[in-house]
Design a binder for this molecule. Structure first.
Ligand code: GTP
Ligand code: MG
Length: 200
């Protein structure tokens, strides 16, 4: 799929502020600093569409982008950032849970998981929550350019084992890198194939 336009629509602090749900939508969620905003920029082939930062917790609101005047990407705040208040760290913010459970035009949620580190309880808990709520999602392993082949293989194996504790059939997993563009075509073709399922 060719991206011919990508525009920032708005930032929202609660569901009442979201843009109208008149187009299919894809959300990007995951721990702070996992690479959500960078991957959105990579998909859209724009450097600064979504604000990125080496300081975790940069995105605190939900930012909507309209792509090709036909579908939305939503950049969510990170979860699991230790420096935000305890209540926020332990669970997932109300904004995130409201978004995933109430956004009617959300066709698929991309859950981003850092390929550089061992499986994290908070990611597994979040996906369990999605399972209980029957929210369609797929997993994007991020920053695959960073770990050595050996580290990556170990983390990937451990991650799949951890998922198997909960999931009889594993959710789809795509390996990505915003630096090299790895995974970009797979994600765009999933979006391309999913868009026609949208009904107003
Ligand atoms: P929050 O909005 O704070 O939750 O973070 P985020 O998930 O949006 O992460 P962001 O895209 O801002 O990236 C965080 C840091 O990781 C930045 O320093 C990025 O340059 C770096 N980064 C993101 N993606 C990649 C990647 O694919 N490879 C490498 N090596 N670094 C990456
Ligand atoms: Mg961000």
């Amino acid at each position: 799929m060719i991206i011919h336009s990508a525009t920032f629509v708005k930032s929202s602090a609660n569901i009442g502020q979201f843009p109208p749900n008149n187009y299919p939508e894809y959300g990007f969620v995951g721990r702070s600093n996992v690479g959500k905003s960078s991957l959105i920029n990579c998909l859209c082939d724009r450097k600064n569409l979504a604000k990125t930062s080496s300081t975790p917790g940069k995105t605190q609101l939900i930012n909507h982008f309209l792509i090709n005047e036909a579908w939305y990407l939503a950049d969510l705040p990170g979860y699991g950032y230790a420096k935000v208040s305890k209540g926020k760290r332990e669970g997932f913010s109300k904004l995130i849970t409201d978004y995933v459970t109430q956004r009617k035009n959300l066709l698929n949620l991309f859950v981003l998981v850092d390929s550089r580190i061992p499986p994290q309880a908070i990611d597994l808990e979040f996906m369990e929550f999605l399972g209980v709520k029957e929210i369609p999602f797929s997993i994007l392993l991020t920053k695959t350019d960073k770990p050595t082949q050996k580290e990556f293989s170990q983390n990937f194996k451990d991650f799949k084992n951890a998922l198997q504790q909960t999931w009889e059939e594993l959710p789809p997993i795509t390996l990505t890198s915003s630096l090299s563009g790895k995974g970009r075509e797979e994600i765009l073709s999933l979006i391309h194939d999913t868009n026609p399922l949208f009904k107003l």
